[in-house]
Design a protein around this ligand. Sequence first.
Ligand SMILES: Cc1cc2nc3c(=O)[nH]c(=O)nc-3n(C[C@H](O)[C@H](O)[C@H](O)COP(=O)(O)O)c2cc1C
Length: 184
Amino acid sequence: MELRDYLATRRSHPASEMAAPGPDDATIDSMLTIASRVPDHGKLAPWRFILFEGEARVAAGAAIAALRPDQSERLAEADRNRFTRAPLVVGVVSTAAPHAKIPEWEQELAVGAVCMNLIHAANAHGFVAQWLSEWPTYDADAGRALGLKDGERFAGFVYIGTGTRELTDRVRPDVPSLVTHFAA
Ligand SMILES: Cc1cc2nc3c(=O)[nH]c(=O)nc-3n(C[C@H](O)[C@H](O)[C@H](O)COP(=O)(O)O)c2cc1C
């Protein structure tokens, strides 16, 4: 598929409907290298990746479920299974921090670009992907349990696996209504 056609039709695949196999180690390396090739003011690389694979996905689910002992069994099960929905989950970590020259906002935008590039990289390698935040992104205890250090936060989790079905498109923005022409 031509690059333009790919970009014009790319879709996320629901994580809950992904299947094995996931990428092997060399492919993961390639994906993360592509993901990291983003505009980055000041060349700070204010991101890192935490990989959830294999049995570690089960441990991660158990760790976050344990933070909510009072929730219903249905929600506890959703937490236990959260990371096993896909063969690979990449936690994209923002390490953005105050800097003398580069606004933190710009660092965060670069991390967002990394997430989007990771989706493109997964697709380029024949896999499907979905970027999800969900509650663990915004919960400090979950962050710590999942490997964050002080001052870091998740930009989200990019789920990567094999697609199981054709995807129908969703409603897309009406782009002309988003455009104005500056006139002095
Ligand atoms: C930062 C971020 C966080 C997201 N978190 C969630 C989420 O927690 N749950 C969800 O259903 N979709 C979430 N989404 C939306 C999906 O990634 C995606 O938009 C949806 O699956 C359709 O994607 P597509 O437009 O690429 O086809 C999030 C998107 C972004 C950019």
